[in-house]
Design a protein around this ligand. Sequence first.
Ligand SMILES: *[C@@H]1O[C@H](CO)[C@@H](O)[C@H](O)[C@H]1NC(C)=O
Ligand SMILES: *[C@@H]1O[C@H](CO)[C@@H](O)[C@H](O)[C@H]1NC(C)=O
Ligand SMILES: *[C@@H]1O[C@H](CO)[C@@H](O)[C@H](O)[C@H]1NC(C)=O
Ligand SMILES: *[C@@H]1O[C@H](CO)[C@@H](O)[C@H](O)[C@H]1NC(C)=O
Ligand SMILES: *[C@@H]1O[C@H](CO)[C@@H](O)[C@H](O)[C@H]1NC(C)=O
Ligand SMILES: *[C@@H]1O[C@H](CO)[C@@H](O)[C@H](O)[C@H]1NC(C)=O
Length: 447
Amino acid sequence: MKYIIILFSIILIVFQQQSAYGIKIPISNEFAKSGNGNVIVDDHKSIINVGVGNGINQNDLYKIPPHHQDDIKDSTKKGNFQFNHNQNNINNNNNNKNQQSPQPLTNSRKLKFSNDGKFKIAQFTDIHFGEGEDKSWGVKQDINSTQVMNTILDSEQDVDLILFTGDLITGNNIIDNASIYWIEVISVAKYRGIPWAITFGNHDDLASGQGGSRVDLLSFDIDLGSFSKFGPRNVSGVSNYYLEIFDQNGIDPLSLLWIFDSGDGSCNTKKNKISNQKSFEKCNTYITKNQVDWYKDTLAQYNNENKNSIKWSGSFFHIPLQEYMTVWNNQTCYGWNNDSIACQPENHGLFDQFKLDPTLKLVSVGHNHGNDFCGNLDGIDLCFGRHTGYGGYGTWERGARIFELNYDPNQSTVDYKTWLRFETGEKVENQIKHDPNINNQQSICTN
Ligand SMILES: *[C@@H]1O[C@H](CO)[C@@H](O)[C@H](O)[C@H]1NC(C)=O
Ligand SMILES: *[C@@H]1O[C@H](CO)[C@@H](O)[C@H](O)[C@H]1NC(C)=O
Ligand SMILES: *[C@@H]1O[C@H](CO)[C@@H](O)[C@H](O)[C@H]1NC(C)=O
Ligand SMILES: *[C@@H]1O[C@H](CO)[C@@H](O)[C@H](O)[C@H]1NC(C)=O
Ligand SMILES: *[C@@H]1O[C@H](CO)[C@@H](O)[C@H](O)[C@H]1NC(C)=O
Ligand SMILES: *[C@@H]1O[C@H](CO)[C@@H](O)[C@H](O)[C@H]1NC(C)=O
């Protein structure tokens, strides 16, 4: 009874504040004591108070992704909508059959090819949540971005991994705790029970509020259940790691995904609440020599320990390599370059190192919202994803790049296909051809 009174008092307060968009309301600790969270709905975004566990404080506020708001509004009318963080799941006591139930993460913490030898990756890039957070257009923009991601995941069945390749948030616009936006972005994966992993872009950690450094955000992401990892401390950046994709039985690793942190360019000495490791924060927007060395050494050691069982590898990060200019200038490419290439201002040889790995067949990045081409240079496909978010510059149609790996056990090979999936649900497999053009070559990375 006490809880019900508190719930209604809060709802009352919420409705009294309807004119303010995106307002965040502290929720009484009383609600958290049950171990599960209780939801209230504000004028635009739902706020959820989660139970204690997995490093989450009982006072923390969360927003429910927009596509679930109607469900929640309904259920608050009837009773409680509960979010049980410990189970990575949401339980709605009201048995609302119409709602799409969020799925628990059921995988065994191993990425695996399916029984028919497939592994599908959706690359979501440059979503830029949190822009104009105190403006109604900012809130709408984030809702739009969530809709894009939902449409893509509704259209693409059986996505095995969502890779967020940077600029998930526009940290420099976020005055509040950036993790609120972070959870909103990754919710599309978490609510559907799809494994996800992230790497950082140049906009992810400029939050003026605390708790928004790269280390904080990556810790938070990992706590939420992602497959992301921390790179070694003595290597530039934070999100440098690899992911293994195993055979259907989870025994032999068949593919590796190399994830790099291409830097943030922010020289701020940001306070780091969680681990106070300022040394992580390097002021670069390129992949440094020590990252290349880390990749080289780690791969050598990996192959040594795994008897070269890898058939195919790819690499994902945010800012394109300089070789993206070379491939566009000199090779036949497929897709658009409406934006020119804002590549990494320094080249410390990652591409040359990739060429020494015969399994490395693909690199895919984000950063340039008007680019979505792929081209092959020296046996490696260099691709742009497709701008996924309504946030960030540009109004090019939003979408995602999809990769489908195929394992052929008879040949003992893995190959892959890629296509674009748009916010309309449209699928584009054959992108427009672009021939090399010696009269119109880009030779310097644009800013
Ligand atoms: C949201 O998307 C709709 C079209 O789907 C568009 O008309 C509107 O301008 C978008 N709003 C923002 C703030 O981006
Ligand atoms: C930001 O929110 C996260 C998760 O809700 C929390 O762990 C962190 O302590 C918060 N940071 C600050 C500075 O409030
Ligand atoms: C980082 O430290 C490890 C372990 O001490 C070492 O093996 C490695 O060479 C170092 N890497 C760099 C780039 O300094
Ligand atoms: C394109 O190819 C030409 C000829 O191989 C080479 O000289 C030039 O450096 C390439 N362009 C770029 C931007 O690398
Ligand atoms: C690039 O420009 C062309 C021609 O204006 C347009 O058709 C295409 O959709 C644009 N590309 C992207 C990535 O939106
Ligand atoms: C592998 O070989 C078996 C037996 O010849 C055949 O039935 C199967 O279709 C082959 N699988 C693939 C992926 O080609």
